[in-house]
Design a protein around this ligand. Sequence first.
Ligand SMILES: NC(=O)c1ccc[n+]([C@@H]2O[C@H](COP(=O)([O-])OP(=O)(O)OC[C@H]3O[C@@H](n4cnc5c(N)ncnc54)[C@H](OP(=O)(O)O)[C@@H]3O)[C@@H](O)[C@H]2O)c1
Length: 164
Amino acid sequence: MMISFVWAEDKNQIIGVDGHLPWKLPNDMKRFKDVTTGHPIVMGRKTYESFPNGPLPNRLNIVISKNSDYQVPETVALLTDKSQLKQYVQADEEVMVIGGEGIFKLFSDDVDRLYVTKIDHEFVGDTKMVKIDYKKFNLIEKKEGLMDDKNIYPYTFETYQRIK
Ligand SMILES: NC(=O)c1ccc[n+]([C@@H]2O[C@H](COP(=O)([O-])OP(=O)(O)OC[C@H]3O[C@@H](n4cnc5c(N)ncnc54)[C@H](OP(=O)(O)O)[C@@H]3O)[C@@H](O)[C@H]2O)c1
């Protein structure tokens, strides 16, 4: 299986505050949907609980918790260890790891591809992205984000591939 990270960060690698995203950026939500739909998504229990409407549609939601009694709907997979991941994903699948911090850390040696939205603004936050060693990756795509009255921060979408 191929492991990818999908996240958005600010200038200081902040990714979260009080259990939610520090910003409103609908164009990034759309990008997240486009990148992850049709792929299994892997997330920590807190990120799962941050979704206002429950599991995200049209992709297998895989939640990681230390609590094996954590209750999830039938359609959602619960893991207590990353070694269980292969029970839920096909060998040829691209698995989208979507955070938060501990989950990115857990997979940082395994990650092949990075889909990062870099927001050129400083937010107040309590959760940070793990350090990425960008020397081990090639930038394969970069796109300036469009700004408008609903997307008020400058941002870019970048995709990196691990150098073999
Ligand atoms: N900007 C972005 O792209 C982005 C992406 C994702 C999340 N976020 C933000 O980040 C915040 C949430 O992230 P977070 O880092 O606080 O929490 P998180 O990673 O989503 O969830 C943490 C929980 O995951 C479980 N966990 C973590 N490591 C584990 C391991 N090795 N084995 C088993 N279970 C493990 C534990 O659950 P139990 O306590 O149940 O054992 C832990 O409490 C929110 O503010 C969210 O909005 C932002």
